[in-house]
Write a protein of this length. Structure first.
Length: 373
């Protein structure tokens, strides 16, 4: 059960493929795998339109589940309470897994946390198991909502390491595609452009590097802007030398090639950032990574091993670390190799699929014995 419309793409599309492969690996035949979306673009008999996070009565969903004898559900960001939970149970679903890609609650302690734990015990309708993309997300469930830890697991986002990989030869795809001088080392960002994602911090670091430190061998490539989202950041660059060292490249379908052309990856978020697909794509591409030490985002790298942590909003240290990686090629190469190794060992799509498949299969076996609770 997906909370986005069909064919949303981007990271959601990658997750859909992981969910499908995990179900296959858990023993389900393709014809016994069904999908729901809030909006269906291309219908078939294995897909139903359902806004499962709404207050609807979900009668069509219930009939669909009964008709197809669906006994196990994996739902994206399904919390509790939720109107759909009793519908699933009454339709015969025995096992409900909620996959979370965001925070669940602020953290609690003392009496309030005790109350949340009691609330969990008293709820008659709730998911049987929760999968989180980071330990920080998991904490928002166990220390925020009082969910028992043994009802949760952390499965990090996985990257396709055959699509995203380093190039240790001269590779100037981004330079040629975006008209960037070949002697400049590219600092790369890909993601949303709202304020909390820290693009302003990256621009401030660019100004410090180029205008104050006179670092001419750097160029920033920012991907993800649409419509006029970049205007506010271009205004920030107005009248600076750094303006000629920044390219806003928009939404792209050649992200892997752009990353292979880059020298450093940056995610300078200033607000909650649980875990980002772009961070593991950058690592798989062999980029040293500089990230804000925030929640799950900070878990993606090992400080001073394959990159650096900065405090949210710290453009000065961001500039310092970028400059260090540009100047010190030995350090940059060591971090690059460590990034690739870390992506392969901890953040591969194969590992993500295997771990989710194991959870699906384990909970499915309990169906023979009744409820998984």
């Amino acid at each position: 059960m997906i909370h986005c419309e069909q064919f949303t793409g981007y990271a959601i599309g990658t997750l859909e493929q992981v969910f499908f492969n995990a179900a296959i690996d858990a023993g389900y035949a393709q014809e016994n795998i069904f999908w729901s979306y809030p909006k269906v673009v291309e219908a078939n008999t294995n897909i139903i339109e359902c806004q499962f996070k709404s207050s609807h009565k979900h009668n069509d969903l219930k009939a669909f589940i009964v008709q197809n004898n669906i006994q196990q559900v994996l739902a994206f960001d399904l919390g509790y309470p939720a109107n759909v939970l009793p519908v699933l149970r009454s339709a015969g679903v025995k096992s409900i897994i909620s996959y979370w890609g965001a925070s669940m609650s602020s953290l609690n302690s003392g009496v309030k946390l005790l109350y949340k734990k009691i609330e969990w015990l008293m709820r008659s309708h709730k998911p049987d198991f929760f999968i989180f993309e980071s330990a920080a997300m998991q904490l928002t469930a166990t220390k925020g909502r009082g969910i028992p830890k043994d009802k949760t697991a952390v499965v990090a986002l996985g990257v396709d390491t055959e699509k995203f990989f380093p190039s240790y030869q001269d590779f100037y795809y981004a330079h040629e595609s975006l008209a960037i001088p070949s002697d400049r080392k590219i600092v790369f960002y890909s993601g949303h452009m709202e304020e909390r994602k820290g693009v302003r911090v990256i621009m401030q670091a660019a100004i410090e590097l180029v205008d104050q430190l006179q670092q001419e061998k750097v160029h920033f490539v920012i991907c993800g802007n649409k419509n006029n989202e970049a205007d506010v950041y271009q205004d920030l660059l107005a009248g600076t030398q750094a303006k000629n060292h920044v390219t806003f490249a928009g939404y792209r379908n050649d992200i892997a090639e752009l990353m292979r052309s880059a020298s450093v990856g940056v995610i300078a978020s200033t607000g909650w950032d649980s875990f980002t697909m772009s961070s593991v794509e950058m690592m798989a591409s062999g980029l040293p990574l500089i990230v804000s030490n925030l929640q799950g985002l900070g878990e993606t790298i090992e400080h001073n091993a394959n990159g650096f942590h900065i405090e949210p909003g710290d453009s000065h240290n961001l500039a310092k670390y970028i400059n260090e990686l540009i100047i010190n090629e030995t350090l940059a190469k060591r971090f690059s190799l460590a990034s690739r190794a870390r992506a392969e060992s901890l953040f591969s799509k194969k590992l993500q699929t295997k771990l989710i498949s194991t959870i699906i299969a384990r909970l499915a076996t309990t169906l023979k014995n009744g409820s998984v609770n």
